[in-house]
Write a protein that binds this ligand. Sequence first.
Ligand SMILES: [Zn+2]
Length: 477
Amino acid sequence: MKNISSNFFENNNIFKNHLLRRVSVLLVITMLVLTISHVYNIKNLEAQAQALHEKETRSKEIYVDGEFIGELRNEENFDEVVFEIKENLQFKEGMDVKILNDIDIVDSHAEDGELTGKISILNKFRGKLKYDVVAYGIEVDGEIIGELPSKEMAEQLIEDIKAPYYEMTKNSDDVEIELAQEVNIKEIQAHKDDLNNYNELLYYIQKGTTVEKTHVVENGENSWTIASKYGISVSELISANPDVNINLIHPGDELSLIVPKPYIGIRTKEVAVYEQKVSYETEYEKVSWLYNDEYQTKRNGEYGVVEVKAEIIKENGVEISRNVIEESTIEEPVAEVLYNGVKEPPPKKGTGYFNNPLPTGYISSRYGPRWSGFHHGIDIASSTGTPIKAADGGVVIYAGWYGDYGYLVEIDHGGGFTTRYAHCNQLYVSVGEKVYQGKTIATVGNTGYSTGPHVHFEVRKYGTTMNPSAYIGTQYN
Ligand SMILES: [Zn+2]
């Protein structure tokens, strides 16, 4: 037993020493680990603190047009500054603005105490502020011709340009009013001083420019109707046609026009209903008592009336097309009926023999002295409109108004003889015209110095009056 126990003891000692050594090693390792981890932990905390600080001091440097104006904690702070400046500016200008300054925002770091105050940065920015207003341009065929402060005003302008055309077409149906040009309202940047005055811009657009045009005169037109058709005055029409006597224009004549062309034209389409005259036909009735180149009215023609429904297209108030949709007769025209002779007329020259120019009339005053002075012809009375015949053939040397004579015709018969026919109502011949004996040259009237319808008939030999009664029915030449 003793042996075993001593042995055991010995063995146990060995074991003890061995264990102690191992524990020590372990301890040392543990301590080492702990130390390392501690150092590591401290370092880690420091890094964390640094990172936190970095984050907390992040800031933004603000540069306006390349110049530093302050430092703020974040971009949102600067957005507030910009917003406030813009608000104040828009309030002051009464319209939208666009800030033009070049703004740079640069990342940086700063402690709270190093940051710029809001008031300070506001003032610095205001000191450098550059801006345009946001305006609305009137763009016509791709070109801005005016600028207004708001979209509403620009839209109102377009309406005001159209307005007169609503008035002009108010009596028509299915009216369409559209702009003749491509017009857009465009948001633009503008200097406030460059904006247009509303009324001035409206006037400028409506007045526009002028263009040259040619008008071919149509039946029934005169200088006044032509001028008003193009919205110009008669004097403007005259000055555009210096070589034309504007009072003597005929269908087919060409006139120059300088007409206004507004910058924004208006095209109107309307359906109009109106009454229109319809011309009448002329019918002829052959009679034996007239020559074949003579006519006399049996019945006057009467114009008919139709109601027309038409689509009319105008540009700037000037008609450019008319398309008749419907026509209904209100009154049929009544044909004019004319008597026309069958007799071949005699040669257009003097026969040397005078006939009575108004055989159906009666002599109301003879040739010779009267209480009022010498009477140089005979007066043959008849009702107004009765045909006056040439006493003999010859050449018309006067046809027109002649003072106390009223409407007068004078015919040269050759051999120094002329005849005069005065106080006429209508003249059928003109100067230079050759007439035959018995030709209707005029109708009885009461023009000039006259107290009732009659023809004052004179016979003159080399300009001196002779007694017509002595010549009627005689061979004078
Ligand atoms: Zn007389």
